[in-house]
Design a protein around this ligand. Sequence first.
Ligand code: NCD
Length: 304
Amino acid sequence: MFKGRHLIEPDGFTVAELEEIFRLADSIIDTPDTYSEKCKNKLLASLFYEPSTRTKFSFDAAMLRLGGQVIGFSDPNTSSAAKGETLKDTIITISNYVDIAVVRHPLEGTAKLMAKHSLVPIINAGDGGHQHPTQTLTDLLTIRYYKKTLNNHCIAVCGDLKFGRTIHSLVKAMSRYEGTKFIFVSPEELQIPSYIKEYLDPSCYEETNSLDDAIEKADVLYMSRVQRERFVSEYEYQRLKDYFILTHEKMKKAKDDMIVMHPLPRINEISDEIDTDKRAVYFQQAKFGMYVRMALILKLLGLE
Ligand code: NCD
């Protein structure tokens, strides 16, 4: 049963439950019109305390395409947060008005705290440098579509592995699938945190600072931007921001059927010239994000 549950971390659902969500997303992709009234009279609160393009718009579009409606803010300065209201009081109030709420916040643990006090399902749309489970639903649906299975892939994850919440969630989720191998590609300063490595068997991953070495072995290359807003020092950010740039030249070493993913926004880490490479799937990935969020909303509202 999904109805009434929250989604705070990627392992909030079992592998079997994830497959149920993906099957529903498949069906929505095939016959979207069948779902266009499912959320009639339902209201989603979209509470964005941090900037967003894809996550916010795809949630809004998902709810509207299901026939529901959306209220919320994308600038917390227009809410009572600016007057000093606590997150607890905010969510107790808002959850009286809506059927489901999506929250993004710069502080780790916010969605969990809100879920504790909410009367309706809370979906974590990113809590600081911690987790981003709906990006992971998007990522898994994308891998499953292009690779036909979620088992037995070598996934090279490249960029800011320290602060990248999409990466933390992806690793946690993919570690549950059979035969997954990770290559963590980052400068030493931005290595994957040990609390994430603890989920993994040491024989299932390697760490390197060489994208050239990793790209030859990868079935999936997951690029990410250096997370400027989480740096204490602007100088450090400037020093590390262009550490990896994916170019045609680098892609020559990649397998023919490797896919290049990115949660977006891209800054400099994938050269524009890659956009026309048939292996670049990041814009399609963003589109899958809307469909999988439609499936998630339906499941959590028990409206399938
Ligand atoms: C990501 C995020 O917000 O963590 N963006 C997204 O939701 N697609 C990645 C990022 O900002 O780098």
